[in-house]
Structures are given as structure tokens and as C-alpha cells.
Design a binder for this molecule. Structure first.
Ligand SMILES: [Zn+2]
Length: 497
């Protein structure tokens, strides 16, 4: 750390604390106050002498690690004092409880008021303390710590709160179901890995991050409580759910509680279709070029939504899908023909209360087709036009053979999940013909009018050109991802200018 040697970080606090300890009064109040004042002074000193922007990379990282040491030491004391406040505010003390005497409903509220932290933070600190630290059962009698090694490592500033809570929350789950000897072995192994000591050999090893500790704790859980996995799974099976929880700001909310294997399959589908930068993989040069070409500015959450839309599209087209009244599950959207023509107003999806934009209606019409109904002045349906079914399955197979997937360069949504788009709008006379249909994923179809990407058919072959903010020259390029045409890779290797 680039801190002048004549002024080491630790010394002022040590000295001040040492003086405080040597004070003849011997009152804990005085010693704590002096130590805290010295610690605060020392930490402020670090901020001013550190000159952070001028530090070298290595010095900066060393400083980050050293400051975290300070944070851990502070956290250990915070946990201890917080759980003591809650202990003194326990309901069994009646009107004598600390929180009551200070006018608060419980210890957590008292902590929040005194420290100004969020109440959930106060709860987390106090509960963490209660789960590991020794407790007085009767005045003068101190029970042993519930997790002595965790308590010791926390106290020594070697374990951070994230790691501690990863370990304690696992032990809380298996408590009373695991064999005591195994519990001790698990605690030794978990604390050892987290502080960087091999529990068997005592050798120094690279310490685990809190996230790695959490994963390791879950593995130990299956050892400590092997039946628990089945019990948990049985509970989970009962609890599995997809629930519609309401709507807000034009979005319909769902809560999904998925079994691990279902979540795993969903993640695999997301991974396969998200842009590489989202999945955090290292990119090949070709993928880098693609990522630039796509100019994808969607957040990972938005991308997952769009992949989900594509999955639904594929599922509803699947021949295995159960039919409703003899037809594939069809989404009905009603809209006023004049409004559709004018491009203003809203459409209504059967079974959903919220309106959808004309943009979304057009997308439905482009892919799914239209059937016109004619109403008389009294609201009676006078005539029903013949349905325009959109592209047939056979036409779609042909288009898939030609396009191979969403034709926007860099987009990885596969053909089976794409919608068929009329290049020349159907309402403007564009035919439902292979030479006028291309594959677009839900997202690129939804944004085709606003994204700046343009599509043109030349003798039955789709060409695309990027928006000006991706490529100034806006060159038309032949677009295909068909495996049989891998010689034509130009569309995926252009770079952003
Ligand atoms: Zn796409």
C-alpha cells in the first residue's frame, strides 16, 4: 500500500486503544469510546493519505484488501453489539427490556434508530450474532458458542459477514438432523477454506470467496443431512408454481418457483440465445464482431424476456401442443380496422385486461394473419371475412431452409423460435409468399420499424442493412444463416465503424 511508512495504518488506533486500556478507571465504557474514536480517526486517515487516483494498480488492490480487513474487524464488533442489544430487548424481560425502555417496539427497531441502518440490516447482524456467539443462560453462566470456529474466525476478523451467513444459514437448516461429529468436521472444513487453511493438513491454501463458501456449504448440507435433499425436493415439488401476481405499468407480473431441473433447462435455453457479452464468456474475434454488429443494447433481463417470447412462439407452433377446440392455441387480438389502418389506438388480447400497442398488434397480424369481422350499427356481427392464415407450415419450412434463423446479423435465436415477417407489409398488399417472408426473432420483429435495420428482398433473397449508428455506409448485405450456405459469412463478420 502506498502509505508513508512513518504513518502506518494500524498504529494510531493501537496506541489510542492501548492508552484507553491503561486508563485507571477500568470502565468498559471509557475504553470502548476511546478505541472507537481512535479507529474512526485511523480510517479517515487512510482516505486522506491514500490518494487513491494516484495509486498503482497493485497498490490499489492491496489497499482494497486491507480496507476489507478493517471492515471485517468492524463487522465482528457490529454483530456482537447488535446481538447484545437484541438479547437485552428479548420479550421475556417484559417492561424491563431495553427496547421498551427506549420507546421502541423491539431490539431491531432500536438498533435501526441508533445506527440509522435499514431495519433489515439490523435484523441480519443481530441474527447472525445470535446464531454463532455464546449466550448467557443465567447471570454469570456463559454457554459455549454454537459454532465456535465460526465465532473465533469472525472475532479475529478473518471471516466476512457474507461467508459467515453462508455457513450459518446452512447449519440452521440441518440443525438437529445431523450427527455432531460431522457437524464439527463441516464447520472446520468450511471455516478453513474460507480463511485459506486446509482443514486436514493445516497448509495455507487460496481462501474461498463468500460465493464459493456458499456453494461448499450446500455440498456439506447434502453430507450432513442426506435425507434432507429428498425432503426438500418433496417440499419443492408441492411448492412449484407459476403465479400471475398482478400488473403494473403495462407489464403483467408473474412469480415463478421452478424446480432446479426446470430452472436448469430454462437457463440452458437462455444461455444458448443470449449475446455472448451477457453470458460473460470470453469472446472469439468473430463473436466480438457479431456483438458489435448487433448493437444489442438490451439488458440481460430484457434479453431473457425476449428469449422466453421466442420459446413460447416455438411451443405454440409445435405439432405436439394440445389443441383447443381442434385448433392450435391461438391468441386472439381484437382491434378496430380503421385504427389498425391508421396505426393508432390499441388492441385487446383475449383473456388479458391490459391493452397492447398498435405495434404489437401489427406484429401479431404480420405473423399470424387476420380475420375481419363486420359489425352493424347495433353491434351485431354481420359478416366474417375468410381468415388469412399467414404463412403455412410448408412455406415456413422453405423460408427456414433459406434463412436458417433470425436474419439480423449477430442474433443467435434459432429458426424454430423465429416469427415469419412480411417484408412488404401485408396490409399494404405484400403477398404471403416465400419471396416476401423472412425469419425474425420476437425482439427484432417487434423493433423492426424503430431499430433502423432494413430488410429488402432481391429476387427472392433477403438483404439487410444496419442502422447508421452501427455502420455509417449502411451497406446492403445478403442475409442467411443457413448451414448449407456457410460460404456466405460476410453478413456476420462486418465490423462497426
Ligand atoms: Zn433476432
Amino acid at each position: 500500500m502506498d502509505i508513508p511508512t512513518e504513518q502506518p495504518i494500524g498504529r494510531p488506533a493501537d496506541d489510542a486503544a492501548g492508552q484507553a486500556v491503561r486508563q485507571p478507571s477500568g470502565q468498559p465504557e471509557g475504553r470502548v469510546a476511546a478505541a472507537v474514536a481512535a479507529a474512526v480517526h485511523a480510517v479517515r486517515e487512510i482516505a486522506t493519505v491514500g490518494e487513491i487516483p494516484g495509486m498503482s494498480d497493485d497498490a490499489l488492490l492491496a489497499a482494497v484488501a486491507a480496507i476489507e480487513d478493517v471492515g471485517r474487524a468492524v463487522d465482528a464488533v457490529r454483530v456482537a453489539v447488535s446481538s447484545e442489544v437484541v438479547e437485552r430487548s428479548r420479550p421475556s424481560l417484559g417492561s424491563e427490556r431495553l427496547s421498551r425502555r427506549k420507546g421502541c417496539r423491539n431490539g431491531y427497531e432500536l438498533l435501526a434508530r441508533v445506527t440509522l441502518v435499514a431495519e433489515r440490516t439490523a435484523v441480519a447482524r443481530a441474527r447472525l450474532g445470535a446464531s454463532i456467539l455464546p449466550r448467557q443462560s443465567l447471570p454469570g453462566e456463559v454457554l459455549p458458542a454454537k459454532l465456535p470456529l465460526v465465532a473465533e474466525a469472525l472475532d479475529a476478523g478473518a471471516l466476512g459477514l457474507d461467508a459467515v451467513s453462508a455457513i450459518t444459514s446452512m447449519f440452521a437448516v440441518v440443525a438437529g438432523r445431523a450427527e455432531p461429529g460431522l457437524m464439527r468436521a463441516a464447520e472446520r472444513a468450511l471455516v478453513g477454506s474460507a480463511v485459506g487453511v486446509d482443514a486436514d493438513t493445516g497448509e495455507q491454501v487460496v481462501p474461498f470467496t463468500a460465493d464459493q463458501t456458499r456453494v461448499q456449504a450446500v455440498q456439506w448440507q447434502t453430507v450432513l443431512d442426506p435425507d434432507g435433499v429428498q425432503v426438500d425436493e418433496d417440499h419443492a415439488r408441492v411448492g412449484r408454481a407459476i403465479t400471475k401476481t398482478g400488473s403494473h405499468g403495462g407489464l403483467i407480473r408473474y412469480r415463478m418457483e421452478l424446480l432446479p431441473e426446470i430452472a436448469g433447462r430454462l437457463e440452458r435455453l437462455f444461455d444458448a440465445c443470449l449475446t455472448p457479452k451477457v453470458t460473460g464468456r470470453f469472446l472469439t474475434p468473430e463473436e466480438q464482431a457479431e456483438a458489435l454488429v448487433t448493437g444489442d443494447e438490451r439488458t440481460p433481463a430484457q434479453q431473457r424476456h425476449d428469449v422466453f417470447a421466442a420459446i413460447l412462439d416455438a411451443a405454440s407452433r409445435s405439432a405436439q401442443m394440445p389443441t383447443i377446440g381442434g385448433a392450435f392455441p391461438t391468441v386472439l387480438v381484437s382491434v378496430d380496422a380503421k385504427e389498425l389502418q391508421a396505426g393508432t389506438g390499441a388492441g385487446w388480447i383475449d383473456g388479458i385486461e391490459e391493452p397492447v400497442s398498435m405495434q404489437a398488434v401489427k406484429q401479431f397480424a404480420c405473423t399470424g394473419g387476420i380475420q375481419k369481422g363486420y359489425f352493424g350499427p347495433n353491434g351485431r356481427l354481420i359478416a366474417l371475412g375468410s381468415p388469412d392464415r399467414g404463412f403455412t407450415a410448408q412455406q415456413r419450412r422453405g423460408i427456414t431452409l433459406r434463412d436458417g434463423g433470425c436474419i439480423i446479423p449477430g442474433c443467435s435465436i434459432p429458426a424454430g423460435w423465429c416469427e415469419t415477417h412480411h417484408v412488404e407489409e401485408h396490409s399494404r398488399g405484400g403477398p404471403t409468399h416465400i419471396d416476401n417472408g423472412v425469419l425474425l426473432c420476437w425482439h427484432h420483429h417487434h423493433t423492426i420499424e424503430s431499430s433502423g435495420w432494413e430488410i429488402r428482398m432481391r429476387s427472392g433473397v433477403p438483404y439487410v442493412r444496419p442502422p447508421v449508428w452501427i455502420e455509417r455506409e449502411r451497406t446492403w448485405r445478403r442475409a442467411t444463416k443457413a448451414r448449407t450456405r456457410c460460404g456466405t459469412k460476410t453478413a456476420t463478420t462486418i465490423s462497426r465503424t
